[in-house]
Write a protein that binds this ligand. Structure first.
Ligand code: HEM
Length: 132
């Protein structure tokens, strides 16, 4: 169970990097926004987060004194879904952008995805445990 959790967390941190990496590097760029990476990262967060939730439920089933913080997971899930939708919208708009035109007006979408990921990160660390 511990190995499954650790492997899930590794994928979870990779997904986080895929969202925050493009945001931090391109937050002031004028073009070339990597919405595809952000969308892939958000999808990874949803998949690895669901897996981690499953592993946490298994752990709790073995110990009646512990419980999974479903409210925290629900909020994280919602934010990750919004990140995915925003990144997919950005990705499809980037593809349709005429060559030569500046896609700078899509930058707010990258900012929204990045700030929501930072919010999710803060929630993960500051809101007391998934298993309490
Ligand atoms: C951008 C979105 C997300 C970010 C930035 C994020 C971040 C993190 C971080 C930093 C941790 C490790 C710290 C800790 O355990 O408190 C963590 C753990 C966890 N995350 Fe996420 N997360 C995201 C999305 C999700 C989603 C969508 C789910 C559920 C569907 C989820 C479920 C979990 C669970 C269950 C753990 C705890 C694993 C454990 O302690 O056993 N996360 N997350």
């Amino acid at each position: 169970m511990e190995l499954a959790r650790n492997l899930g967390l590794i994928v979870h941190f990779l997904g986080l990097a895929m969202i925050l990496g493009p945001f931090l590097v391109q937050m002031r760029s004028h073009s070339g926004y990597s919405f595809g990476w952000v969308a892939t990262g958000a999808l990874l967060q949803l998949l690895s987060g669901s897996f981690l939730t499953f592993v946490a439920e298994m752990r709790v089933a073995e110990d009646p004194d512990e419980s999974v913080n479903h409210m925290k997971i629900g909020v994280k899930l919602l934010l990750a879904l919004v990140i995915l939708v925003v990144a997919l919208v950005g990705h499809s708009k980037m593809k349709k952008f005429p060559t030569g035109a500046s896609p700078r007006k899509l930058l707010p979408l990258l900012h929204i995805a990045g700030f929501l990921a930072l919010t999710d990160l803060a929630l993960a660390v500051l809101w007391p445990g998934v298993v309490t």
